[in-house]
Design a protein around this ligand. Structure first.
Ligand code: KG4
Ligand code: ZN
Length: 340
């Protein structure tokens, strides 16, 4: 087996992260500097603030990742970085740092798609087994992706409006919970019963697409209607009902996708993979099935650089590398092999 030692960097949103990954599956170090507190008072990520934090942190975080892994630049085979999608100013900080390091250390640069990274977070726990289905659920994406092999992506369905994490964050804001709202709603949902009947957008028969804006509006309307009538709605019941509606749709559509395309593994990817309701729903659905379910541990669900290193290893094996023109690509699509 060809071995590799890769220094990977991730700065697409509000975490400045660097990691050293060996052979695509061994985490030698993984450092994450979170900016969450700075964004909390604005109720969301402020791009300009994010870029400035990345600039302050990036060198320190990269040095710390090397030190914790006990690795010197001479030991590295490549450097990897998130190319997109993400905030352009934030992406550029990581890309510039990695380009400079690659130039100084005479190493190739591996450009990684952020969503590919989230999928490959699973490879850090247990080897990916193809063909597989990936349920991608993050702040910017909700997609069902079929993979026949490494870095071969076929999109079977996607959201037509809000991403699921975005819906979580907006609903949390309406209830008055701090940013990021996903984990807060998740916690609150665990304390109550889902008593409110909220809508599920199933869309056309057989469609594997998603839609969460109607559900989000239903939550907001429920609160406003109650307010106008001088009543209160228990936020915990609202959170539990919202979470149940989201998980119902995500689990049901994933099962439908698996009927259309039999696989050996179902992997869950992105920040919302940390959700307790979704984890429980998928575990229940996976019982007795022929495919195995893989959900990363909580620390690997949200943004980190270890996942970027894991995805980069497979690109390194294929000899793929970026040239000097590598740039931040805010809307970079996954390189699809085909689309249904
Ligand atoms: O993947 P990620 O860290 O960043 C993006 O690439 O978007 O995902 C962040 C999203 C946020 O919307 C956050 O609220 C959501 O993931 N999230 C959760 C949970 N933990 C993070 N949503 C629901 N339940 C959670 N436990
Ligand atoms: Zn992410």
């Amino acid at each position: 087996m060809t071995t590799s030692l890769i220094l990977a960097v991730e700065t697409s949103c509000d975490e400045t992260a660097a990691a050293v990954i060996q052979n695509g599956n061994e985490i030698r170090s993984s450092v994450i500097a979170s900016q969450m507190e700075s964004h909390q008072r604005f109720g969301g990520v402020v791009p300009e603030v994010a870029s400035r934090h990345h600039v302050e942190q990036i060198t320190l975080v990269m040095e710390q990742a090397l030190a914790e892994a006990d690795v010197s630049p001479d030991d590295l085979d490549a450097v990897a970085v998130t190319e997109g999608p993400g905030l352009v100013g934030a992406l550029l900080v990581g890309i510039s740092a990695v380009k400079a390091a690659a130039f100084a250390w005479d190493l190739p640069v591996l450009p990684v798609h952020h969503i590919a990274g989230h999928i490959y977070a699973n490879h850090l726990v247990e080897e990916l087994t193809f063909p597989l289905m990936a349920l991608v659920v993050s702040g910017g994406h909700t997609e069902l992706i079929y993979m026949e092999d490494h870095h071969s992506y076929e999109k079977l369905g996607e959201t037509r409006d809000d991403a699921v994490g975005e819906a979580y964050d907006k609903v949390a804001r309406t209830i008055g919970l701090p940013y990021p709202g996903g984990p807060e709603i998740d916690k609150l949902a665990g304390t109550a019963e889902p008593e409110l009947a909220l809508p599920r957008a199933w869309l056309e028969e057989g469609s594997l697409d998603f839609s969460f804006s109607g559900l989000k509006s239903a939550v907001i309307n429920t609160l406003h209607n109650a307010e106008q009538k001088g009543r209160t709605v228990d936020p915990a019941v609202l959170a539990a009902s919202f979470q149940e509606a989201v998980c119902d749709v995500l689990v049901t559509k994933t099962m439908q996708a698996l009927e259309q395309r039999p696989v050996r593994q179902l992997v869950v990817a992105g920040g919302v993979a940390a959700n307790q309701g979704l984890r429980a729903g998928l575990e229940e659905a996976a019982a007795g099935q022929e495919w195995k379910l893989s959900i990363p541990p909580l620390a690997l669900c949200t943004d980190n650089a270890a996942m970027i290193g894991a995805a980069a290893h497979q690109q390194w094996l294929k000899g793929q590398k970026a040239d000097d023109r590598l740039n931040g690509m805010p809307g970079l699509p996954l390189p699809l092999t085909s689309s249904s």
